[in-house]
Design a protein around this ligand. Structure first.
Ligand code: GLC
Length: 448
């Protein structure tokens, strides 16, 4: 009996550790923002910090065991002479991206914005003395791009976080955890007060302390109070909690769990995949494993066909310049989006669930069949299509696509259609009729 009681108490502790925003009812502005977010479909993730100087990714302090005091000296070397907010926003736009999510403070604890909560920030601790987030926010507002702030819950350096200390009763042992929570609230208040409308906060790092009491109920309520439309997402890899407005999938399409950490299923909230151009988030000179344009188009379209957004990362150099490999790829993606944007922006998942060869999206009564893997011999067979197809047209040329629909499925004949580089899109309209499968007695069968 005692044991059961103990287990119950322990479990309650676990469930309340992160604590969701109780009784959360998203505001009308928030629900509207969710729709707008889903319509935007394609965003730019930016990982930029004093770690960019070392060119070994944003985990360099931790991975190379650099003591905090030594690492923090990087701040005095950070002078991004090539930083140009206008050019960053223009780059995102030219790639067809409709929002930006930028690191305001990463796990290294360095604040990339003007904050009164800590002197360890870009305005006070670097010789540059400027606030890039302010410049970026102003530019985003000018150019019609939404801006999200990434915010790390984890901090490798602050004594009140006490990285590495065991968690007892929801707090790190021997540390002033309440002080840390108050610090985060102060910073988030600044972020949601000094930068105009903020599209949302992208939390990360909670996974480092599963048993800590993060006071997320208060933090989420604070954000929603300051800006009701601001969307909250938390990259904790579990099913979303009350108070969260979108669900993210790190380096995975929704529902996949390629790395063993995306275990939260797929919720009814807006969805977002985040992915790197090579394998690194922060600028990394050791990683030239760049994804191809084809892979990225397939990722973006694969997400759209699963009702999800695609947030593609760049890690600018410490100077603020963006390496040519990223720029070239973004240019190619932008050209593709110029031509095919109609089949992605503002769409929702289409009439067919994701298939081995591609996905479908839909908008304004049109279904877009994205054939990502060209079928053998140019004949695509889709089994068990019950909705009657009224017309089929090649999106790129506007020419009719031959098809034959039978109770068993539909054949599309693509032999006369020019083969697209990444994605043959067939625009289909449905008549609204549902086809019945004929009774088994009517099947022509070759059985004894
Ligand atoms: C992981 C990494 C972090 C990165 C994030 C982006 O949480 O720890 O460095 O910012 O993924 O999704």
């Amino acid at each position: 009996m005692k044991r059961i009681l103990f287990m119950l108490i322990a479990c309650t502790g676990l469930f309340t550790a992160a604590r969701a925003q109780q009784d959360y009812h998203p505001s009308a502005e928030n629900l509207q923002a969710r729709q707008d977010f889903q319509d935007r479909k394609f965003g730019m993730f930016i990982h930029w910090g004093i770690y960019s100087i070392l060119g070994s990714g944003e985990w360099v302090m931790h991975n190379q065991d650099i003591p905090y005091a030594d690492y923090s000296r990087l701040a005095s070397c950070f002078y991004p002479s090539a930083f140009d907010a206008k050019a960053w926003v223009a780059l995102a736009k030219s790639a067809g991206m409709k929002y930006i999510t930028i690191t305001s403070r990463h796990h290294d604890g360095f604040s990339m914005f003007d904050t009164r909560a800590s002197d360890y920030n870009i305005v006070k601790a670097t010789p540059w003395h400027k606030d890039p987030l302010k410049m970026l926010a102003d530019e985003c507002h000018r150019q019609g791009i939404k801006l999200f702030f990434y915010y790390s819950l984890l901090d490798w350096g602050r004594p009140d976080y006490a990285f590495g200390k065991p968690i007892v009763d929801g707090k790190p042992q021997g540390a002033d955890w309440d002080h840390y929570i108050a610090f985060m609230k102060q910073q988030l208040t600044e972020l949601l007060t000094n930068y105009g409308p903020v599209a949302g906060i992208w939390f990360d790092g909670e996974w480092e302390r599963k048993d800590a009491d993060w006071h997320l109920d208060e933090i989420y309520a604070l954000i929603h109070k300051l800006q009701p439309a601001a969307m909250i997402g938390n990259n904790h890899h579990h099913a979303p909690r009350s108070g969260e407005d979108f669900q993210m999938f790190e380096k995975d399409l929704p529902g996949n769990n390629s790395h063993g950490w995306n275990s939260g299923g797929v919720s009814a909230l807006p969805l977002e995949t985040c992915e790197t151009m090579n394998g690194a988030w922060g600028f990394n000179i050791h990683d030239d494993n760049y994804k191809t344009v084809r892979q990225l188009v397939h990722y973006l379209v694969g997400d759209a066909g699963r009702n999800a957004n695609f947030l593609l990362n760049i890690g600018p150099m410490s100077s603020g310049a963006i390496q040519p490999e990223f720029r070239d790829t973004l240019k190619a993606l932008g050209e593709w989006m110029q031509q095919y944007g109609e089949t992605v922006y503002g769409t929702r998942a289409g009439f067919l669930s994701p298939q081995p060869w591609g996905v479908t999206t839909q908008k304004n009564g049109k279904q877009f069949i994205h054939v990502l893997e060209y079928p053998d011999g140019g004949i695509l067979f889709i089994p068990a299509v019950r909705q009657e197809i009224a017309s089929a047209v090649d999106f790129a040329t506007g020419k009719p696509v031959k098809y034959k629909q039978m109770p068993e499925g539909v054949f599309f004949y693509l032999q006369d259609v020019p083969r697209a580089a990444y994605d043959n899109v067939i625009t289909v309209t449905l008549s609204g009729k549902t086809l019945k499968v004929p009774p088994r007695s009517k099947w022509i069968m070759n059985e004894k």
